[in-house]
Design a protein. Structure first.
Length: 233
């Protein structure tokens, strides 16, 4: 976590809402949860994001990111492609896959643009050829390695983006204000740090990625057929 000012600025840039990844257009199932009345207020939003982190992000996406980071350090596109395929397969609803893929593809493209090397060019070519589909966890790992950022802050940046994106979507879907959104994020950071979830991801090296949120996946499938919607997913 001992980042130089340059590395810290770079990480903040990637986590900023101004970064053109397109995540603002997706709620990843939250809109349908609000429509069904499962999430009605700030407390419900907090519980929804916490459940997403506990049952999907930490055991699934973060484990994939860690493995992809190691493969990117070795410049091993074969392993990266396999991890990318596994990550996309874990996203069962079509909207999850396509929405995540759009964000991940943009991250890979921006990695090649902001950190131009022969390696990032190969990754972009692999994306164009279809051997990389654009799983966001794999894409964020590629960006971290390309920027010479350590694994731990890269993981933190990824989790921050997911949590803040869900709060941003919640502000547009629920009758809550920005102050409530900040309180939700502060509660999440306390629980994450007290629970040592990220440290566990780093220490348990042999654990396979896993995700279990069937209710959220069903809502995402219903959202695909909704007659009116604010978000793409």
């Amino acid at each position: 976590m001992n980042l130089s000012p340059k590395d810290l600025f770079g990480l903040l840039q990637w986590c900023d809402s101004l970064f053109p990844a397109g995540g603002y257009a997706h709620s990843f199932g939250l809109e349908e949860a609000v429509r069904e009345g499962r999430v009605r207020d700030g407390e419900g939003l907090f519980r929804s994001i916490r459940a997403k982190l506990i049952y999907s992000v930490f055991p699934g996406e973060c484990v994939l990111l860690r493995a992809a980071y190691d493969a990117a350090l070795q410049r091993d596109l074969k392993i990266l492609s396999a991890l990318d395929e596994e990550g996309m397969a874990m996203r069962l609803p079509m909207e999850f896959r396509e929405g995540s893929r759009a964000v991940g593809r943009r991250w890979i493209q921006m990695t090649a643009d902001l950190y131009p090397t022969s390696w990032t060019k190969r990754c972009l070519e692999t994306l164009v050829e279809g051997r990389l589909r654009g799983d966001p966890a794999v894409a964020f790992a590629l960006a971290g390695v390309a920027a010479d950022r350590p694994l731990f802050p890269t993981l933190i940046g990824y989790v921050y983006g997911i949590a803040s994106g869900q709060v941003s979507a919640g502000l547009r879907l629920l009758p809550i204000g920005q102050g409530e959104g900040q309180r939700i994020l502060a509660r999440l950071w306390r629980e994450i740090c007290e629970g040592k979830s990220l440290e566990n991801v780093l220490s348990e090296r042999e654990v396979a990625p896993a995700s279990f949120q069937p209710a959220l996946e069903i809502r995402s499938m219903r959202h695909e057929m909704a007659e009116m919607r604010l978000f793409q997913s």
